[in-house]
Design a protein around this ligand. Structure first.
Ligand SMILES: C[S@@+](CC[C@H](N)C(=O)[O-])C[C@H]1O[C@@H](n2cnc3c(N)ncnc32)[C@H](O)[C@@H]1O
Length: 473
């Protein structure tokens, strides 16, 4: 990357309207862009958010593909990043003040109390008149600016309405005149932050995991939501998506104007630990069209950077840089700023080495490579010893096996070179070697639909208690 430009980056990025919560990556931009190779031409911002990093990529002369799953965020990316210079003129803004002949009043009815009746009447006026603008791009710009102006009045861009606790906007909106803010922003500020750099840019609204499978690029930047206990990302930002829908003339899609349900298209949830681990694994597997991944992540998140490194190295490529930075960022609530840590990780794709083969998934779960010292025991192991095979493939060592049926034991011995111990009910739990993993598919005949289903009355139905007993020992 051109080092002379890196020095100016912070100043140039200051022009970008990072109003609202998103955008604190502005402060990390120079650390992110120093990892963009000098010969890079294409940049993917898979979790675009405010678009500040896409904007930086555009400043660097790259062709940008930006994306976000939320409605307002993706609109923002279209209006700011995909847009090569469409702005609103004074006469466009006057046109938007034509009488509200449709008598639209969704905003006034739903949000009048929250953001002021006058402001809402102006939003309804916009919703009624946007169709008069002469192109889709202008309609998008006007919708974006209106919602951005509302967002900019919130201290913390997350807003939660609920039937019990309806947000009262007095604190934020009592002295706010949306109509003049809109004009001022559209004429004076917005034109400073849209530009063409001679390259093609595209903004999309889709699951980043799907996007990863579609793109070929020099760099993919990943800034997913952080996993924080109780975090409800989409919920906190749903209000802006709802305002966007009203202005886009789709109020019927706002099922409940007060709750936090954002009505998002199907996507993988990066804000909860279990789903996020799966989502990261898939993202890395699919991102092989990209030469380098730059990822920023919060070090206090429920997923540690070490786990991310492991997934990336398993499914995508080699870690080439790890930088940890102490930072301060806004919270999504009134709690204000908090001290936290951010880590920037850089991975280079493995070249020529197949990764993410179907074998990387076992039973639909991301493959976990166990440390060498992991030991497992294989109860009710049968003759094929499928659990033994899985454990071995994952790098663990089988230290004990048990099976009552002799022909099966012989087969197991043929497969794995060990003859299993016999009847588990005759073996003392304390004689079983120490192990980290217990595998045991206890006999199912007592419960099988194909049998008399005697359950716990059948002796075989109680064999699972052996597993409990051993696990407790
Ligand atoms: C941490 S923010 C990105 C912040 C951005 N880099 C900035 O500086 O403004 C994460 C973004 O990911 C989006 N997101 C969450 N899950 C997603 C998914 N599965 N696919 C695409 N975007 C997603 C959220 O809507 C949010 O805007």
């Amino acid at each position: 990357m051109r080092t002379d430009l890196l020095g100016y980056l912070t100043e140039l990025l200051a022009l970008y309207p990072a109003k609202g919560l998103y955008g604190h990556k502005r402060d990390l931009a120079h650390r992110i862009f120093k990892h963009v190779p000098a010969d890079a031409k294409t940049f993917v911002d898979a979790f675009g958010g405010s678009g500040i990093i896409s904007y930086g990529a555009k400043l660097h002369g790259l062709s940008v593909r930006c994306n976000d799953i939320m409605g307002f965020a993706s609109l923002r990316l279209r209006a700011q990043i995909q847009n090569d210079g469409i702005i609103l003129t004074d006469s466009d803004i006057d046109l938007l003040k034509s009488p509200n002949s449709d008598k639209q009043d969704y905003c006034e009815r739903w949000y009048g109390k929250a953001i002021g009746v006058d402001n809402c009447q102006y939003l309804d006026l916009l919703a009624a008149n946007l169709c008069k603008l002469d192109c889709d791009a202008k309609r998008e710009v006007a919708t974006y600016i209106a919602v951005l102006c509302i967002m900019s009045r919130m201290n913390y861009c997350a807003v939660t309405f609920s039937p019990l606790k309806i947000f009262t906007g007095y604190r934020h909106f009592h002295d706010f005149d949306l109509q003049s803010a809109f004009r001022q922003y559209a004429i004076e500020e917005f034109p400073l932050s849209v530009f063409a750099n001679g390259k093609v840019h595209q903004a999309t609204r889709k699951d980043a995991v799907d996007l990863a499978g579609e793109v070929d690029a020099d760099v993919m930047y990943i800034d997913s939501p952080y996993c924080s206990p109780g975090g409800k990302y989409a919920h906190d930002h749903a209000f802006y998506d709802k305002l966007t829908l009203i202005l886009e003339g789709k109020p019927e899609q706002v099922h409940n104007p007060y709750n936090g349900a954002a009505g998002l298209p199907a996507h993988l949830d990066f804000s909860k630990r279990n789903t996020a681990l799966m989502a990261f694994a898939k993202l890395f597997m699919r991102a092989k069209g990209c030469r380098r991944i730059i990822l920023s992540y919060n070090t206090t998140s429920a997923i540690s950077p070490y786990e991310i490194v492991r997934l990336a190295e398993q499914h995508y490529g080699k870690l080439v840089s790890w930088e940890e930075i102490a930072t301060i960022r806004p919270t999504t609530s009134d709690k204000g700023l908090k001290k936290t840590g951010e880590v920037i990780l850089v991975f280079d794709r493995y070249e020529g080495k197949p990764v993410g083969s179907p074998l990387a998934f076992i039973g639909g779960r991301p493959r976990i490579e166990l440390p060498d010292q992991f030991r497992f025991i294989d109860l009710f192991c049968g003759g094929m010893g499928a659990m033994h095979l899985v454990g071995k493939r994952l790098g663990a060592k089988c230290v004990f096996s048990s099976e009552i049926y002799r022909p099966a034991c012989k087969n197991y011995e043929k497969n794995y070179g060990v003859y299993p111990a016999g009847d588990i009910t005759k073996i003392n739990a304390w004689d079983i070697p120490e192990h980290e993993i217990l595998c045991g598919g206890f006999p199912c005949q007592a419960f099988s639909l194909a049998g008399p289903q005697k359950g716990f009355v059948d002796q075989r139905g109680l064999l699972f208690l052996e597993i409990v007993h051993i696990a407790r020992a």
